[in-house]
Design a protein around this ligand. Structure first.
Ligand code: FAD
Length: 522
């Protein structure tokens, strides 16, 4: 056992003295006595699991893993830490789907949020919201809401990640152009701060904490409940991909599509992908969307046009029984306005769940191929619209020209005015910016290059992006910076506010040390 466990063993039953504050339907904090120590697990299996994440690039071992029964247990753990001469660090871990140890607590305690249970989701039909525990998976939130024919409006591509984990970043996907990121769709939060206080916050009540925590990279508090906005759920989806051999038409059409956010004539979801030639010629022969024949046609297109890359827009048009008769007509009219390569339109009919859970199916395929638990040196960027063509030329036709990305490259635009600048998340200073995800895997024997090679390419891309060095001025999403200076530049004008909020809500810097923003207690 670690020193702090010995020193504090008399505290094995901690009394929670602070007045419990709660606003949600889930919470019942009438817990006067909490057995904290028995919930800290120091066995090899527990600490080993918490030492690794989806990235499989970095590893760091905590002293223990805390399995809370109630949110108040987390408050008690934090108070226990603060009662030590040198507080120990505390990192909430959702599903550990970060890439670079963001949910690690080297030498501290990782909070296994899933221990809070799988029952903490309540849909309020009259209020059109769902109260979900921070530990809940989005796939479970979806199924709970659908029981009432309701749904959250904005989705990440993958749903087996947690509410607290995505809200600590932003939560982006193809619906963001219409509704903003997931953090723009939250009414209220329950948060345990780095002072061990349990606080309910919203834009009206404790707004400073509310805005700090959204996109706050786990620095100001642990989200134990989020009240998320709902809307009526569609039943079905026209799931569409249209191909382009030139980046100019691709981005022009994407920007046209996101400008239609207020009109009923556009897509409900807009994303896009870049397929480099070698991915098409040497990559997989089919995918969960494209058949073998489709991929052969796309490869032919790349060869015939001499393009280094093929781009495609992925769109989705929602419909239900009332609109089933008119959806094809609406889709045809929309496609008429676009400049994709004629004939290269691929349409699937899918149920709403099937569409949203598409990466879940991909996960199954990759797991069976042994290609899921592999290193993922992912790099996600927000690129200003004014520089996206420069980025394309320098990265896809330059740095990655001969690379073989095993994985995905995403590229799609969003509207800045759907982001609330009071939140901690940062975006470029332009009305429209692109999310670009270099989501590559280092698969042994897959010809995709080893981690070191992918990291070298990532470093070259980041150098190109560095505005201070005269570069493109991208911002990292799901950021990772090795130095304090890197973080200062990342937050830019928000840095002062971030530092002040840290001093207010987590003055000993014990929370989410794996982000590496503030030095943990010595
Ligand atoms: P973790 O990795 O466990 O934690 C992430 C950070 O948040 C850590 O610093 C942790 O300490 C902190 N944290 C965790 N829980 C809480 C909490 N309750 N309160 C406060 N802080 C907390 N992201 C998108 O936006 N869009 C996508 O389309 C998308 N697709 C993805 C697809 C895949 C296959 C994967 C693996 C990830 C994807 N992500 C996407 C990234 C995902 O949003 C992040 O990995 C995010 O961190 C959620 O993962 P998690 O719940 O496992 O959090």
């Amino acid at each position: 056992l670690t020193t702090f466990l010995i020193v504090t063993s008399f505290l094995s039953t901690v009394t929670y003295l602070g007045a419990p504050v709660h606003g949600g339907v889930l919470t019942s904090y009438d817990v006067s006595s909490l057995d904290i120590m028995s919930k800290i697990h120091t066995d090899h299996d527990a600490t080993t699991e918490a030492s690794s994440d989806f990235g499989h690039i970095v590893h760091a071992t905590p002293n223990g893993v805390f399995r809370p029964t109630f949110p108040a247990d987390i408050a008690a753990l934090i108070r226990l830490s603060l009662s030590q001469p040198t507080p120990f660090t505390v990192a909430p871990r959702g599903k550990g789907h970060s890439s670079r140890g963001q949910a690690f607590a080297p030498g501290g305690i990782v909070v296994d949020m899933s221990a809070l249970g799988d029952h903490r989701i309540a849909v309020l039909v009259d209020g059109m919201y769902v109260d979900a525990g921070g530990e809940q998976l989005w796939i479970d939130v979806l199924h709970a809401a659908l029981k009432h024919d309701l749904t959250p409006r904005v989705w990440t591509d993958y749903l087996r990640i947690t509410v607290g984990g995505t809200l600590s970043n932003a939560g982006i996907g193809g619906q963001v152009f219409r509704h903003g990121p997931q953090i723009s769709n939250v009414h209220e939060l329950d948060v345990v701060t780095g002072m061990g206080e349990m606080i309910t916050c919203s834009p009206e009540v404790n707004p400073a904490l509310f805005f700090a925590v959204l996109g706050g990279l786990g620095q100001f508090g642990v989200i134990t409940r989020a009240r998320i906005r709902l809307e009526p759920a569609p039943k079905k989806v026209k799931w569409v991909r249209i191909a382009y051999s030139d980046v100019h038409s691709f981005t022009t059409d994407q920007e046209l599509l996101i400008s239609k956010r207020a009109s009923g004539s556009g897509f409900d979801y807009v994303e896009g992908q870049v397929q480099l030639n070698r991915t098409l010629t040497e990559g997989r022969r089919s995918s969960s969307f494209f058949s073998t024949t489709d991929l052969a046609r796309l490869t032919r297109l790349a060869i015939d046009t001499g393009s280094v890359a093929i781009y495609y827009i992925e769109g989705a048009m929602y419909y239900d029984d009332n609109t089933a008769d008119s959806v094809d007509q609406k889709l045809d009219a929309l496609l008429e306005e676009l400049s994709f390569v004629r004939g290269f339109v691929f349409v699937r009919d899918a149920s709403y769940v099937e569409f949203l859970d598409r990466v879940g199916r991909e996960e199954q395929n990759l797991r069976s191929a042994g290609a899921w638990d592999v290193p993922h040196p992912w790099l996600n960027l927000f690129v200003p619209r004014s520089r996206i063509l420069d980025f394309d030329a320098a990265v896809f036709k330059g740095i990655l020209r001969h690379a073989n990305p095993v994985g995905l490259i995403l590229m799609y635009p969003m509207n800045k005015d759907m982001w609330d600048d009071r939140m901690t998340a940062v975006t470029p200073d332009e009305d429209v910016f692109y999310a670009v995800g270099l989501l590559r895997s280092a698969v042994a024997g897959g010809g995709g290059g080893d981690v070191e090679q992918l990291e070298r390419e990532n470093a070259a891309v980041l150098e190109l992006c560095d505005l201070a060095g005269g570069g493109i001025g991208c911002r990292q999403y799901l950021p990772h910076h090795a130095s304090r200076d890197g973080w200062r530049r990342h937050f830019g004008a928000k840095w002062g506010r971030v530092a002040d909020l840290k001093a207010r809500y987590d003055p000993r810097a014990i929370l989410s040390p794996g982000q590496g923003i503030f030095p943990p207690p010595p």
